[in-house]
Every structure is written in structure tokens, then in C-alpha cells.
Design a binder for this molecule. Structure first.
Ligand code: DOR
Ligand code: ZN
Length: 417
């Protein structure tokens, strides 16, 4: 069996970097050896890792493509070393049934630079009509952009379980949000207007549902889950809750739900992440236009991040703050595993999705160089390591730090490679 391509370089394989050759056929890894002969051998510099999956993005397509669209969002993903995104269902017309799911799929078809999966939204009474193709189900327990807070009906739980996909909770309790709500004029007040207690309450409820695959996304306060162990739940955190807090002078670019917390809560979350207590880092990439971010009080909530997640984490790895294997598991392996896609690991039969980077390539993020339609990143000036090279399904899609190939992204059916 001839390979289409053989890669040669320093691959992260079974827990360490090793000089290897990797054979690829039809976009899939077919051989992993010290030496492989072949016609097309491609030498890759730097450390090579499987490319990443971001389990939480809002590309706003269709419906609000003035904020972002699949081409701009997916291009940003690729520049940031992410070759698969799971896109959220809170489009202007939310993805609450089979037909809307199909419409979204066909709207995106052929327009994405990276592979993608799509969530459906549970709205309290639509479990019967959710698309069986959904890669995940999103439940907003509290109101947010294009979504109002819902509770889960007991009778829907078997239906959700039968879908065999992660059920992902935005855990802010609606009642609690209402009780605490006021017009916040800065990050500190925004934090108080959607306090951590609303998150703990919602998590308490979410943990009671008898779900097979439960995910609490964008956990902002580790304190909210203390004492809940033994409950099979996947916890996700975002780079912004790990690295930013409500004392920073970043204005509405830091306005997000759940809010950035106090410095103390942030440091505690980061400490727990660094000691291995969190399963996944995803972004909640949630772009808004410049106009919508102008005046803090009326600004929409949401922070961009799909392009900076892996670079920021690689920055921490380079500075020996974050353990490489912990980074690999939380940003690359676990996200792909959770969604049952054959990515995130160098193994025979897995997709040939890779990135390469040089640890010495630490530089400060310049938001103007990001590829979102509105690059309003609060991470300007943070040190990061961007990938030099990205491959997806055996095709080089970014070389020497620039995108080179076209929109090759495809829909990732659950459980298929
Ligand atoms: O800040 C947020 N923005 N939180 C969400 O839950 C939704 C998101 C958005 O879509 O804008
Ligand atoms: Zn979100």
C-alpha cells in the first residue's frame, strides 16, 4: 500500500516528542515508524502535535454574518492551530429542530477552512425534533445571546440520552440572574450582576439530571464544583476565565457571560487547571461588532478567542507554567474524544491533522493581526506561540504562518473519523 504522503519530524507521540515518520493515505494516518520510504516525503520543522478541536464557538452563520461568518471564523481557527470547531446553536433563528439544522448545514457547506460539527439547542420542549445529526446539545439554563433560560423536563432526559452526544450546559440560573440583575457599568459590576452563586445554583441543578454525557462549559469559579466529585461530568474552562479578571482595564472587550470574576477566583481556577483538575479548555468564541461593544452598559456579552486559545496555552507551556502533557490532553485529546471524532491523537486510523510550532517563537498578541471580522481581543499584549504549520486531513493548510489552501472543511459526523 503506497502512502499519499510521508511526514518526517519531531512528533508528540505517546507522551513525548520523538523523531518519526508518519505515512498518510486519504487523509488518515496509516503508518508510524522511525523510517518510511516513499515518494513524497515532507520534512516539518518544530514540535508537531495533533491539531486541536475547539468545542465551543459562535460563528454566527447564518443570521448575523456582520459579526463573523464561517469563512472568517474558520480562518481564525486555522491560524490558531484548530482544525475542528463545534459551533453553537444560538443563531438568530436558533437551531431547535431538524429542518433548521439542515438549513444551517447547507448554508455552511463549502465555506469553511476547518472541519466542523454543529450543536442543536434544547429549548425546554423540543427533544423529539432535534436533528439526529447533532454533534451536541446545548442547554442555556440562563438567558444569553439569542437564548432564554430553560429547565429540562424529566421525560426528555431519555430522549437526550438516546442522541448519544454531549449535553452541554450554560450554567447560570435564570431566577438567580433575575434577582441580582442591575445595569452594570464596568467589569466589576457585571460580575456582581451575574454573581458566582448563580453559577453554583445552575450546576447543582444540572448535576441532578440523569444524563449519560454531561458537560459544564465555561466554568468560571472552581468553587462552584467543589464537593461534586463522583458525578460523571466533563468540565470546560475558557482562556479568558483562566487568564483575565474583573480588575483589568479591558472594558467591554472583557464583558462576557458568565462574567470575568475577581482576581482571587481567577487565580484559583487557574491553579486548579494547572494541577490537572479540569478536563477541557474551549473558547466560547463569541464575536460582536465594534458598535455593539462601544458602551459598556449596553455592550453585548462575548469574547473572541478561537485564534488565541492554543497560542496562549502554548505560551504558558513555553514558559514552563503549563505542563505539555496537560496542555495536550485538555486542549487537543479530550475535546476530540468527547465528540467521538478520530482526531487529537497520533495513531493509525486517525485523521492526519497536525500543527507544528517553535517554543522559542514567543511573541505578544496584536489584535489587529487576528482574522475575526472584529478582532476585539482582550488578550492584546499577552505572550503566545502561534503555529507555523497546520495540516488537515493530509493537506497543508497553513505554512510559514500563512494560510495557503482553500476551504476544505467538512462536517464531522459523530463517531466517524
Ligand atoms: O457572553 C456570551 N456570549 N455568553 C454566551 O453564553 C453567549 C455568547 C454569545 O453568543 O454572544
Ligand atoms: Zn457560548
Amino acid at each position: 500500500m503506497e502512502n499519499d504522503l510521508v511526514l518526517s519530524g519531531r512528533f508528540y507521540y505517546r507522551g513525548k516528542f520523538q523523531d518519526l515518520m508518519v505515512g498518510i493515505k486519504s487523509g488518515v494516518v496509516t503508518e508510524i515508524r522511525k523510517a518510511i520510504t516513499g515518494d513524497r516525503i515532507m520534512k516539518i520543522d518544530g514540535g508537531i502535535l495533533p491539531a486541536s478541536t475547539d468545542t465551543h464557538v459562535h460563528f454566527r452563520d447564518p443570521g448575523e454574518t456582520d459579526k463573523e461568518d464561517f469563512p472568517s471564523g474558520s480562518m481564525s481557527a486555522v491560524y490558531g492551530g484548530t482544525t475542528t470547531v463545534m459551533d453553537m446553536p444560538n443563531n438568530v433563528v436558533p437551531i431547535t429542530d431538524y429542518e433548521r439544522f439542515e438549513n444551517k448545514l447547507s448554508a455552511i457547506q463549502g465555506r469553511s477552512y476547518c472541519d466542523y460539527g454543529l450543536y442543536s439547542m434544547y429549548n425546554g420542549n423540543n427533544a423529539e425534533v432535534l436533528s439526529p445529526k447533532s454533534n451536541g446539545v446545548k442547554i442555556y439554563m440562563g438567558g444569553s445571546t439569542n437564548a432564554s433560560g430553560v429547565t429540562v423536563r424529566e421525560k426528555d432526559i431519555p430522549l437526550l440520552n438516546a442522541m448519544n452526544v454531549p449535553v452541554v450546559f450554560h450554567a447560570e440560573d435564570q431566577e438567580c440572574l433575575k434577582e441580582n440583575s442591575f445595569e452594570a457599568k464596568n467589569l466589576r459590576e457585571h460580575n456582581l450582576s451575574r454573581p458566582v452563586v448563580c453559577e453554583s445554583k445552575a450546576i447543582g441543578k444540572a448535576l441532578q439530571y440523569d444524563l449519560k454525557q454531561r458537560v459544564i462549559t465555561h466554568l468560571s469559579d472552581y468553587g462552584a464544583i467543589v464537593g461534586t466529585s463522583g458525578n460523571k461530568t466533563v468540565y470546560e474552562v475558557t482562556p479568558h476565565h483562566l487568564l483575565l479578571n474583573d480588575e483589568l482595564d479591558i472594558g467591554s472587550n472583557g464583558k462576557v457571560n458568565p462574567p470575568l470574576r475577581s482576581k482571587e477566583v481567577q487565580s484559583n481556577l487557574l491553579a486548579h487547571y494547572l494541577s490537572g483538575d479540569i478536563d477541557i479548555v474551549s473558547t466560547d468564541h463569541a464575536p460582536h461588532t465594534e458598535g455593539e461593544k462601544e458602551d459598556f452598559q449596553f455592550a453585548r456579552s462575548g469574547i473572541i478567542g478561537v485564534e488565541t486559545r492554543i497560542p496562549l496555552l502554548l505560551g504558558l507551556v513555553s514558559k514552563h507554567i503549563l505542563d505539555l502533557d496537560l496542555f495536550y490532553r485538555t486542549a487537543i485529546l479530550n475535546p476530540a474524544r468527547l465528540f467521538g471524532i478520530k482526531k487529537g491523537m497520533l495513531e493509525i486510523g486517525y485523521r492526519a491533522d497536525f500543527i507544528s510550532y517553535r517554543a522559542s517563537n514567543l511573541r505578544r498578541i496584536n489584535p489587529d493581526r487576528l482574522h475575526s471580522k472584529y478582532p476585539l481581543s482582550p488578550f492584546g499584549g499577552f505572550e503566545a506561540v502561534f503555529p507555523d504549520f497546520v495540516m488537515m486531513g493530509g493537506n497543508s493548510i497553513l505554512e510559514r504562518g500563512e494560510i495557503i489552501d482553500d476551504r476544505l472543511g467538512s462536517f464531522q459526523q459523530k463517531g466517524v473519523g
